[in-house]
Design a protein around this ligand. Structure first.
Ligand SMILES: *Cc1c(COP(=O)(O)O)cnc(C)c1O
Length: 393
């Protein structure tokens, strides 16, 4: 064998994540590795905690990145909060709600499912009904930004209903963090997890989480030992806490340089400005997409700006469309999942990738390939429509 360096192709990432990583983040990650208990590194960890509090809009002390992908942040919420035999209401309106149900079962809990159609937000009335029918439930779980469909649910309202029935709310904010309004304290969300590779524009592999006092209290009062050693927050806090640090695992040092840089950039831009930028770029993309004659899966009232689910025109082979965009344009967009496979494509406008260059490039490539595939679209109008929409902002 004679393998040499791996040089990845240079792609434009406009799928459901990972999104384009900012060069500043990649540069930060190439800085020298130091010891994970080095005082300089510990000081940086403290800054990351403060920057994450800003990004989540919370003052929760337990606000840290878990050293693993977002699915591990999800698992951390369930293994720490769910005790064997406990009922958990899980709202499912896409892929990630289904994954949360799996987590409840594997944590020994009993999932009670509230089902909504893929492409629709979670219905607060159905949640309320489920809670009335299961008065012994103590936890509600839902996805704020469902990346599989491009749908946003009303996290504040759902958490309010959960609290009304004396339940804690576990919330998936993997795709919302940094991309659209998320206010952990104001909305009173109890246990929240996210990811690094969506609207924070970092590579994948870290999962920011935040737990409020109510959630921490429930963990402290558990009757049973947490079945995961790695994700046991009592142990993780000995490592990430503010006191003397006890070795737990070796933090991914350079990965955390990247997260620090991305969060510092978010602070420089201003969180509200980042939310507005995602909305504006979505507006431009949408204008171009609709000018072509294509339509969206999701009703405008529940559409995520950072994840655009677009109906594939009649007669177009969706897999062929995506592979041609990748091969001919180095452009990655996402496939539909589950029941939406073959029916939609998913265009991400996440973090650094939510910019006019990406919007225009995507519209241009999409129009060229769709026209070549003889799809029934209007040509020659999308770019102008996007440009006018951008100017109007
Ligand atoms: C991407 C995503 C996840 C999983 O993230 P991984 O980093 O792949 O583990 C979970 N929930 C939502 C809503 C996501 O978009």
């Amino acid at each position: 064998m004679n393998f040499t360096s791996f040089n990845p192709p240079v792609r434009t990432l406009m799928g459901p994540g990972p999104s384009d990583v900012h060069p500043r983040v990649l540069t930060a990650m190439a800085r020298p590795t130091i010891g994970h208990l080095d005082p300089a590194f510990v000081a940086m960890m403290e800054e990351i905690k403060a920057l994450l509090q800003y990004a989540f809009q919370t003052s929760n002390a337990l606000t840290i990145p878990i050293s693993a992908p977002a699915s591990a942040g999800m698992e951390a919420c369930f293994v720490n909060l769910v005790e064997p035999g406990e009922k958990v209401i899980v709202c499912i309106n896409g892929v990630f709600g289904g994954r949360m149900k799996e987590n409840v079962e594997r944590s020994g809990g009993v999932p009670i499912v509230v089902d909504d159609a893929w492409g629709e937000p979670v219905d607060p009335n159905k949640l309320d009904d489920a809670l009335k029918a299961h008065r012994d439930a103590r936890i509600v779980a839902f996805v704020h930004a469902e990346t599989s469909t491009g749908v946003q649910s009303d996290a504040r309202k759902l958490a309010e209903i959960a609290h009304h029935h004396d339940c804690l709310a576990i919330v998936d904010t993997v795709t919302s963090l940094g991309g659209s309004p998320l206010k952990v304290d104001e909305w009173d969300l109890d246990a929240v997890f996210s990811g690094s590779q969506k609207c924070l524009s970092c590579p994948p592999g870290l999962s920011p989480v935040t737990f409020n006092d109510r959630a921490v209290d429930k963990i402290k009062k558990r009757n049973t030992k947490i079945q995961s050693w790695f994700l046991d927050l009592n142990l993780v806090m000995g490592y990430w806490g503010s006191g003397k640090r006890a070795y737990h695992h070796t933090a991914p040092v350079n990965q955390l340089y990247g997260l620090h840089e991305a969060l510092a950039m978010l602070q420089e831009e201003g969180l509200e400005n980042a939310w507005t930028r995602h909305q504006q770029q979505h507006h431009a993309l949408r204008s171009g997409i609709e000018a072509m004659g294509l339509s969206f899966l999701v009703h405008p009232s529940a559409r995520l700006p950072q994840l655009n689910a677009i109906m594939v025109p009649e007669g177009v082979d969706e897999a062929m469309l995506r592979s041609r965009l990748l091969n001919e344009y180095n452009l990655e967009i996402g496939a539909g999942l589950g029941e939406l496979a073959g029916k939609i494509v998913r265009i991400g406008l996440m973090g650094y990738g939510a910019n006019m260059k990406n919007v225009m490039y995507c519209l241009e490539a999409l129009e060229a390939v769709l026209a070549d595939m003889r799809a029934p679209i209007r040509t020659g109008v999308a770019m102008n429509a996007a440009q006018s929409a951008a100017v109007l902002n």
